[in-house]
Design a protein around this ligand. Structure first.
Ligand SMILES: [Zn+2]
Ligand SMILES: [Zn+2]
Length: 310
């Protein structure tokens, strides 16, 4: 496929800096939208010229995990842009089963967010929000601002919690009922005030730090649910006494199983907007600047547009 737009994320940044090793040489990039430029003889589901967005993870299909439907947990999972070459290129070669037709109503800038949106669609689904419940999102980056919208679409009232207030105007514009900066004081107090009771019913953690896990546990009410989507690599101290005493349900959520189609439907209906999150755009030749922009706290989603440089 010809890559029209590819997004950068934290995973790409860690490969770029060398913090995360991959087999070299490797073309990175796993969040992308483009057009089918050529197809193998047996390809049936996409045709030349189709606009597609790529689901970049595929599993072995044979192990017990895959056979029971847990393909996101497969030990032999392959990620395009990490294990095989990806999207920071003019052309990318991807398996047919990874291609999703982009509905005509969905702009490239919205479709670009389909992959992280599928991640939070699963996380929110695992948290099982009910209409009228209160929820908090920890983190106001790409995942947090998407989780906010998925929760709102499910009928929850959402409090966005972040280290700084930088993204709060955007969070409000995207549907947050309220916002709270961690530096502004007690999280349990903020959650109590927001919910009108002992804390919020559901917390979706998207920041991926040990601190964020603690914040999530401070926000949730007794009997409430916490879904963790970030991957804190450092040891994370948790007061399990309080988890037991308050019967908090903690659930992990790993990428997505069958949520890609749902993510596209959320974009198509307009319930979720991706385009406001795309703050920067560079030609492929300027990818170094794109990574600098990704590192800048003022950016949200940085995109490269390989189609433009050819
Ligand atoms: Zn990513
Ligand atoms: Zn498998």
């Amino acid at each position: 496929m010809r890559v029209d737009l590819a997004g950068l994320c934290g995973t790409d940044y860690s490969i770029w800096t060398g913090a995360r090793a991959v087999a070299y040489p490797r073309v990175m990039g796993h969040e992308f939208v483009g057009r089918v430029q050529g197809a193998g003889r047996d390809v049936r589901s996409v045709r030349l010229g189709d606009r597609v967005v790529v689901e970049p993870n595929y599993s072995c299909g044979r192990c017990p995990l895959c056979r029971e439907g847990n393909r996101n947990l497969c030990f032999q999972r392959t990620t395009i842009g990490i294990d095989v070459d990806g999207a920071f290129a003019e052309l990318a070669r991807v398996p047919e089963r990874c291609c999703w037709a982009v509905p005509a109503k969905v702009a490239d800038d919205d479709a670009l967010l389909a992959e992280p949106l599928a991640v939070v669609t699963r996380a929110v689904k695992r948290g099982a929000p009910r209409a009228g419940e209160t929820a908090a999102v920890v983190g106001a980056g790409t995942l947090g601002l998407l989780a906010l919208q998925v929760l709102t679409a499910a009928g929850a009232r959402v409090l966005v919690v972040s280290r700084t207030s930088r993204r709060f105007a955007m969070a409000k514009a995207l549907g947050a009922a309220d916002t709270h900066a961690v530096s502004a004081g007690s999280l349990d107090g903020a959650a109590q005030q927001f919910s009108g009771r002992e804390g919020v019913d559901l917390v979706i953690e998207t920041a991926g730090s040990a601190m964020a896990v603690q914040h999530a546990l401070s926000l949730v009410r007794p009997g409430g649910r916490v879904v963790l989507t970030g991957l804190p690599h450092e040891p994370t101290p948790v007061a399990f006494f309080s988890v037991v005493r308050r019967e908090v349900t903690i659930t992990g959520s790993m990428i997505y199983q069958d949520e890609f189609g749902e993510a596209l439907r959320l974009l198509e209906s307009g319930a979720v907007r991706g385009e406001p999150l795309v703050t920067h755009r560079f030609d492929l030749d300027a990818i170094g600047e794109a990574f600098d922009a990704h590192h800048d706290p003022a950016s949200i989603k940085v995109a490269v547009a390989p189609g433009k440089s050819s």
